[in-house]
Structures are given as C-alpha cells and as structure tokens.
Write a protein that binds this ligand. Structure first.
Ligand code: MG
Length: 383
C-alpha cells in the first residue's frame, strides 16, 4: 500500500460567501463547514499524515481538530492558493510519503467514491483529479459557440505522486495557477481525470450554505427505541427511580440499585441503536454490577450513541405504579435525566399512571417503567 498525505487548503477568506467569518468556519448543520469536510475525508481514506493550511493566526482550527480528535499539522498559507499549497507540501514531515491528496475545505461532500478512483489512477499516472462534463451550451461573451466536448469542470481532491508535485512546486514559473493540476501540467506530469460528482460542489455563494445544510440533513435518519422494565418492592427505606432517591419506607429489589426508570431508558437507547439490551452489556450474573448506581448504564448507552455519531433528540418515560406518588418527584426526575443525557429539559418527559388496582402494579407488588427515545443517526455509508 502506498503511503498517503492529505493537504486541506483552508486559508481563504471566502468573501463571496458573505458572513462574519471565513466561509470554512461558518456553521452548517450545527458545525463549521470545515469539520464536515475533514470528517468525511478521514472516514473515506486512511491518511498517514494530515496538513491543514490556514490563514495566519487562524483562531478556530485547533478547536475543530480537537473536537474531531484529528491529529494534524497546521501551517500558515499565503495570499494566493498556489502559495498556500506550496506551504502545505513543505509541511509534510515524512520523507516516505508516496501520494498526496490536495483538497479545498469548501467541498464538504468528499467521499470514498471520489478518492478510490484517484488512488487507482496514481498507479499509472503522476496526477489525477475528478472532473465532470459540461451540460450547458457554452459561448464566448461575444456569442461565439465553444465546443463543450473538449472541456471539463475539474474538482478537488486532486492527487499526485508526492516527490513529483513537490518538485513542481519548488520550481514554479509564476505566482498563481488555477489549481494543482495546472502546476502538474506545467511541469510535464502525466494526468488522468476520474469521474467527478455533482454533489461534490464547492460552497461559494450565500445560497450554497442552505443547499449544503439540506444535503447534510438528508444524510441522517431518526431512530426510535423503546424500553420496558419491572422491579418488585421489598423491605427497605429508600428506592431509586429515574435517578432520584425517594424515601418511602420500602425499596425495589434488584441486582443493581433496581432503578426501573433508568433501566427502561437504557434499553430504549440501546434499542434505537439496535445494540442489544442492558442484560447483554451488564449481565446480572456479574458481581461487579451489584448495588451499582444505574446512571452508569445510562452513561454507557450515551457512549454508544456518541460512538455511532448519533444525537439524542427526545426521551419520554412512563412510570406505572400505585405507589410511591410520582408527582412530587417528577421535576427532579426530569432534571436528573436531562443532566445525565445533556439534553434541555424541554426534551425530557416523565409521566406516571396507575393500572386501576389491576395486576401486580395494582396490587402494589412492584412497579414498571417504559421509555421511548428518538435519536438522529447518520445514514450508513452516507459519508
Ligand atoms: Mg431492571
């Protein structure tokens, strides 16, 4: 396998896009544009080294990299794109890099379907870039027709044999080129064009942000999960329900703290992720969960949500019992669950009902809890 480096060019001021900060840091679907681009790049290919080229004293890039847990070298670019890419090439520290992929931060929809053909092309050519045919009729400003069949719209990422493109940049004949393929061409490197994608567009104008936002939202779906749990009353003093202690002169029987509310919630979250149930992850036969505070189980389910890059949207819990009275504790339960899940209070519901003295809950032998959660998840393979 050839080793590869990524250079992400993010040094522009993006003035055509409007807004109060460079376009690569404007928010799309809750995150800076550049975060979507970087995340999609690292999901699509394993790079051995990553260099991000930014404007001087860029105040945002470190936070973005930290949040994505991406290890990258940050280097300052120049006034023109050509200079910025040259700085990026110089910042690559490994001598053994075979291939370098150069991408613009303003194209967030980069994916493996673009990168794989580029890698293949580098087996036979010294450079490659995705390109699209032109559908519209082309004219000069004086109205003469231009043969569109001889023309291509070229995108990034563009890929190169590292040593060759580095040499080309080290001996540039002029200060600014249209793109990196232009530099390769000027240096006599061989080029292969690969299929481009319309969705790999460059966010340039203010209206492009709405389009990108719309496309990113279509990359997620809402999953619903349900959970149900029962525990029996037994002798004691205090019981735990939805993370709140209730001093009522009896307790709930169970291996952990027997908090049926948090158990149902944990199962609902695992259900939305199709990740088994609480017993799979915390077997009651395992002594280490004895007397355990059930918030541990909720923490674990949240970790699973994060692992899947999901976002918890809403929780609704129903407690089914004749006793204890839930109402005096309901707001404390909502607050505790909101805290555990880092959700606003408006997204956490706790309700209670009886079963009209029918069944085991009606006879006061125990209580039941059910929970429904909704989680926004990325569509499989969307990035
Ligand atoms: Mg339980």
């Amino acid at each position: 396998m050839p080793t590869s480096a990524l250079i992400l060019v993010a040094a522009g001021s993006g003035q055509r896009a409007g807004g109060d900060r460079p376009k690569q840091y404007q928010q799309i679907a809750g995150r800076p544009l550049i975060a979507h681009t970087l995340e999609n790049l690292v999901n699509a290919m394993n790079f051995d080294e990553i260099v991000v080229v930014t404007a001087k004293n860029d105040p945002y890039i470190r936070d973005t990299l930290d949040e994505l847990k991406i290890d990258a070298t940050v280097t300052n670019g120049g006034d023109a794109r050509t200079k910025s890419v040259h700085e990026g090439l110089k910042a690559i520290s490994r001598q053994s890099i075979d291939h370098v992929y150069i991408h613009d931060a303003a194209r967030p929809f980069v994916n493996a379907g673009l990168l794989r053909p580029l890698a293949n092309a580098l087996k036979t050519h010294e450079s490659s870039a995705p390109a699209l045919p032109i559908a519209d009729a082309l004219k000069t400003k004086s109205g003469e027709s231009v043969d569109r069949d001889t023309l291509l719209r070229v995108q990034t990422p563009q890929a190169f044999h590292y040593a060759k493109i580095k040499q080309a940049y080290d001996s540039l004949k002029k200060a600014d080129y249209a793109d990196d393929i232009a530099v390769a061409k000027a240096a006599g490197m061989t080029i292969q064009f690969t299929p481009g994608q319309a969705r790999n567009f460059k966010v340039t104008y203010p209206e492009d942000f709405a389009k990108a936002e719309n496309m990113l939202q279509k990359q997620t779906y809402i999953a619903t999960g349900s959970g149900f749990d029962v525990h029996q009353f037994t002798e004691g003093d205090t019981l735990w329900l939805c993370g709140v202690p209730i001093k009522c002169g009896y307790t709930l029987k169970g291996h952990s703290d027997a908090d049926a509310g948090l158990h149902a919630l944990t199962d609902a979250i695992l259900g939305a992720l199709a990740a088994g149930d609480i017993g799979d992850h915390f077997p009651p036969s395992d002594p280490k969960w004895k007397g355990q505070n059930s918030s541990k189980f909720v923490d674990f389910s949240r970790f699973m949500v994060n692992k899947r890059k999901g976002k918890l949207q809403h929780v609704d819990i129903t407690l089914i019992c004749e006793k204890p009275k839930i109402k005096p504790h309901r707001e404390a339960m909502r607050a505790r669950i909101a805290e555990l899940l880092e959700l606003p209070l408006t997204r956490v519901s706790v309700k209670a009902t009886t079963t009209e003295k029918l069944g085991f809950t009606g006879r006061g032998e125990g209580l039941a809890a059910q929970a429904t959660v909704t989680i926004q998840l990325p569509v499989e393979g969307a990035s």
